[in-house]
Each structure stands twice: as structure tokens, then as C-alpha cells.
Design a protein around this ligand. Structure first.
Ligand code: ADP
Ligand code: 5GP
Length: 187
């Protein structure tokens, strides 16, 4: 598939789990009211404070694969023990409405989106170091030690892909990082 990104503008913010993608996205929304995010579908259980339909559409594996069979996903991946995917209807609705979409997804999905939408802009968010990434995953307090180790091991592979992105931004000081990404969006 090779989609034309016609009305809206599409940005993909990607990088290893815990590098700060969602924190940076929240910071972007505070300074740029035009930014919206696609709501992904996942088979993982909701974390405390996560809301169905806002943070994710939370579904069973059976429901997820029914939608895979129906061809409803633009892309989906197996990440750790769960599945995550972007629904075609979500992205088309926001593009047609002329929105500035920032997709917050992992690396395989990000590269698939770049293939489907060659005129989209991909941004890789890097932690200042692997040690800081590990600290951030722990300080978030949302993942078991086993899950953190799986995420760190996936992160090592993901970071090898950073040169395949249009931009790489280090998330050290949060405000500096948000300003840098906002400048990319406003180019
Ligand atoms: P991701 O969405 O990439 O998985 P999160 O946005 O959940 O990552 O961030 C992981 C943890 O790191 C959170 O506890 C968040 O508050 C913290 N964090 C994110 N960015 C920064 C930063 N620039 N400085 C310090 N802590 C940060
Ligand atoms: P988490 O469990 O921390 O919410 O998400 C795990 C990883 O899956 C994160 O890197 C997150 O950005 C990514 N992710 C969330 N939604 C999607 C999606 O729709 N597609 C892909 N490819 N990755 C996603």
C-alpha cells in the first residue's frame, strides 16, 4: 500500500519503551493545540488510570484477530506478549479532517507507516543513555521486573534502526526535547 497523505499531516514519534514518547506527546499538546494522536488497539491489560477509547482500545486477542482477518489494521505488531495496531479508520478520519497527527508507536510499526505514507515524517526519540532508559522504565512504576527486562532487550534492537528515521531527537531535558519536536512539526 502506498497512501497519499493529502489533507492532514502525519508524523510518527517512535523509540524504545520508556524513552518518554507519551510524556513528550503530552508536552507537545500543551504548546501546540493542532496536534492529535491516533488511538491504537491493544490486547494488553489497561494500566491504572488508562481509559478505554482514550489511551487505547483494549480488546481480547480473539477480537484483535477478528479485525486482522477483516483487514481493519493499517499496521499491527506483536510486542512482548501482546499485540498493538493502528486502525485504518482512525487514521483516515483524522487525515480527512486535516489534523496534525502524531502517531506514538514502536519501531517496526513506524517503518511500516513510513512505507505506506512516504510523505510522512518519522522522528526517533532517544533516551540520553541505556542506564537512563532503564531508570525511566522503573520509575514509571507500571511494569514488572520481567516486563522491564523484555522491554530493554527489545530497545537494544530498536535503537539500531534510528538511522532509518527522518529525525533523531534526544529526550534529556523534557522542555528542550518538546520544543525541538514542535519545531520539526512546524517546519
Ligand atoms: P514511553 O511512552 O516512551 O514508553 P513514557 O512517556 O511513559 O515513555 O516515560 C517513561 C518515564 O520516563 C515516565 O515516568 C516519565 O515521567 C519519564 N520521563 C519521560 N521523559 C523524561 C525526561 N525528559 N526527563 C525525566 N523523566 C522523563
Ligand atoms: P505500551 O505497552 O508501553 O503502552 O506500548 C508498548 C509499545 O507499543 C510502545 O513502544 C508503544 O509506542 C507501541 N505501540 C502502541 N500502539 C501501537 C500501534 O498501534 N502500533 C505499533 N506498531 N506500536 C504501538
Amino acid at each position: 500500500m502506498n497512501e497519499k497523505n493529502t489533507a492532514g499531516r502525519l508524523f510518527v514519534l517512535s523509540g524504545p519503551s520508556g524513552c518518554g514518547k507519551n510524556t513528550v506527546y503530552d508536552g507537545l499538546c500543551e504548546i501546540n493545540p493542532d496536534v492529535v494522536q491516533t488511538v491504537s488497539m491493544t490486547t494488553r491489560a489497561p494500566r491504572e488510570n488508562e481509559i478505554d477509547g482514550k489511551d487505547y482500545y483494549f480488546v481480547t486477542k480473539e477480537e484483535f484477530f477478528k479485525r486482522v482477518d477483516n483487514g481493519e489494521f493499517l499496521e499491527y505488531v506483536n510486542y512482548g506478549e501482546n499485540y498493538y495496531g493502528t486502525l485504518k479508520c482512525e487514521i483516515n478520519r483524522l487525515l480527512e479532517a486535516g489534523k496534525t497527527i502524531v502517531m506514538v508507536i514502536e519501531v517496526c510499526g513506524a517503518l511500516n507507516i513510513k512505507r505506506a505514507f512516504p510523505d510522512s515524517t518519522s522522528i526517533f526519540l532517544l533516551p540520553p543513555s541505556v542506564e537512563v532508559l532503564s531508570e525511566r522504565l522503573r520509575s514509571r512504576g507500571q511494569n514488572s521486573e520481567e516486563d522491564i527486562n523484555i522491554r530493554l532487550s527489545i530497545a537494544m534492537d530498536e535503537m539500531k534502526q534510528k538511522d532509518n528515521y527522518d529525525y533523531c531527537v534526544i529526550n534529556d531535558d523534557l522542555k528542550t526535547c518538546v520544543d525541538e519536536i514542535n519545531a520539526i512539526i512546524q517546519k
